[in-house]
Write a protein that binds this ligand. Structure first.
Ligand code: GLV
Ligand code: MN
Length: 195
């Protein structure tokens, strides 16, 4: 859903101080083959975190050759039981394919309808743009998936840290009222997500 390119390529100059929509192109004379290949997905991500899952992004920030091309991918690794927690992408729909393991993949619509399925190797899913979704490893061993986006930088709003780990903090009374819980529970959740 990104804007169309106006030239063959525009390898991002990530150092530029120019403030534009996206990134300016680095000079063509400095572009070479290495700008169009990315080796960041060759290694398994480190899943030693409270969620047991890790996203390795192949977006314009890690792979500047994607600039203006409107696409990107992630590698997602899961320990047994690992969860890529509920999140949404403001600028892209997502498709994905499971390479290894068994993943419960689900999303929730604007009408609060939950769609989900357990997928195995070779099976593909789609997450409509902007909808909250997650993947959970429900198999015995590790799991691996690759995801793809129609944006060079899809953005990810991760629900729990977005609300409970914001800087400056969202007031406790707002969160208590929104979730219909008491102040001490807000503090308990905040303690897990405050940076
Ligand atoms: C998975 O949901 C991803 O955003 O890569
Ligand atoms: Mn996603």
């Amino acid at each position: 859903s990104d804007p169309d390119p106006l030239q063959d390529f525009c390898v991002a100059d990530l150092q530029s101080t120019a403030s534009i929509n996206g990134f300016p192109c680095k000079p063509q004379s400095t572009v070479n083959s290495s700008d169009f290949f990315f080796s960041g997905f060759t290694k398994e991500g480190n899943t030693s975190n409270p969620f047991g899952a890790i996203v390795t992004p192949g977006n314009v920030l890690s792979f500047p050759g994607l600039n203006t091309l409107g696409i990107s991918m992630n590698r997602v690794d899961f320990a047994p039981g690992g969860l890529n927690p509920p999140h949404s992408h403001p600028r892209a729909s997502e498709s994905g394919v499971v390479i290894q393991g068994k993943l419960l993949v689900g999303f929730i619509t604007t009408r609060n309808v939950f769609y989900s399925k357990v997928l195995g190797p070779g099976e593909m899913f789609v997450i409509p743009r902007g909808l909250v979704h997650f993947q959970k490893n429900v198999g015995e061993g590790k799991a691996l998936a690759f995801t793809a986006f129609n944006s060079q930088l899809s953005g990810a709003v991760v629900a729990a840290p977005n609300l409970f780990g914001a800087t400056p903090a969202v007031p406790n009374n707002v969160l208590a009222q929104a979730f219909q819980i008491d102040d001490s529970l807000v503090n308990q959740i905040k303690s897990k997500f405050m940076p």
